[in-house]
Design a protein around this ligand. Structure first.
Ligand code: AMP
Length: 190
């Protein structure tokens, strides 16, 4: 089963992805984590993208497309992937479908965690002290939320039309969300 987890910054995508990895034995593909790794390792790509990430904008579809292509084509993770933070644009969603098709796979469910900007600001200020991410300050968090709002509607509409979209209250407690999304996944596993 392949799952897309979707939502604004601070929605809990990473937390819920890690829970699902454990529970359903999945492999997490977080484009944000992969990009941060490039920055930490000071690679050519890392140098190119750090200012984009730290301004709250999206890196190009081409850059993230290349990162996910390597992952998807790995036989070891086939049909057992949770996409965390990808796709973020309609173009990325279409690219993902194409790549999965090429590798005889598909998306089984899209979980959207809904969270208001007020809660995002609160969570990001808490996370700032734990994860020490350069883009976790209030100003950039607001920018990231706005970036999300600009491109998310099209992606969500796309998944709604494909009948894959499930909307989850991302403001509930972590364990309540764990329970809800587990139920949604169990239901499609049959
Ligand atoms: P995240 O860890 O998912 O919050 O991502 C952190 C940052 O990495 C985002 O604000 C973007 O700058 C960049 N990023 C992560 N995933 C993508 C993506 N799918 N498309 C473009 N940029 C991305």
């Amino acid at each position: 089963m392949n799952i897309v987890i979707f939502g604004p910054p601070g929605a809990g995508k990473g937390t819920q992805s890690k829970f699902l990895v454990q529970k359903f034995n999945l492999n997490q593909l977080s484009t944000g984590d992969l990009l941060r790794k490039e920055i930490k390792n000071n690679t050519d790509l890392g140098k190119k993208i750090s200012s984009i990430i730290n301004s709250g904008e999206l890196v190009s579809d081409e850059i993230v497309g290349n990162l996910i292509e390597k992952f998807i084509s790995d036989e070891k993770v086939k049909n057992n992937i949770i996409f965390d933070g990808y796709p973020r644009t309609l173009n990325q969603a279409k690219n993902l479908e194409e790549l999965l098709k090429k590798n005889n796979q598909k998306i089984d469910i899209v979980l959207k965690l809904s969270v208001s900007l007020e809660i995002v600001k609160k969570r990001i200020s808490e996370r700032k002290n734990q994860e020490k991410r350069a883009d976790d300050n209030e100003e950039i968090a607001i920018k990231r939320y706005k970036t999300y709002e600009q491109s998310s509607a099209q992606v969500l509409e796309h998944y709604k039309q494909l009948n894959l979209l499930k909307i989850v209250n991302g403001e509930a407690s972590i364990s309540e969300i764990n329970t809800e999304i587990s139920g949604l996944i169990e239901a499609i596993k049959g």
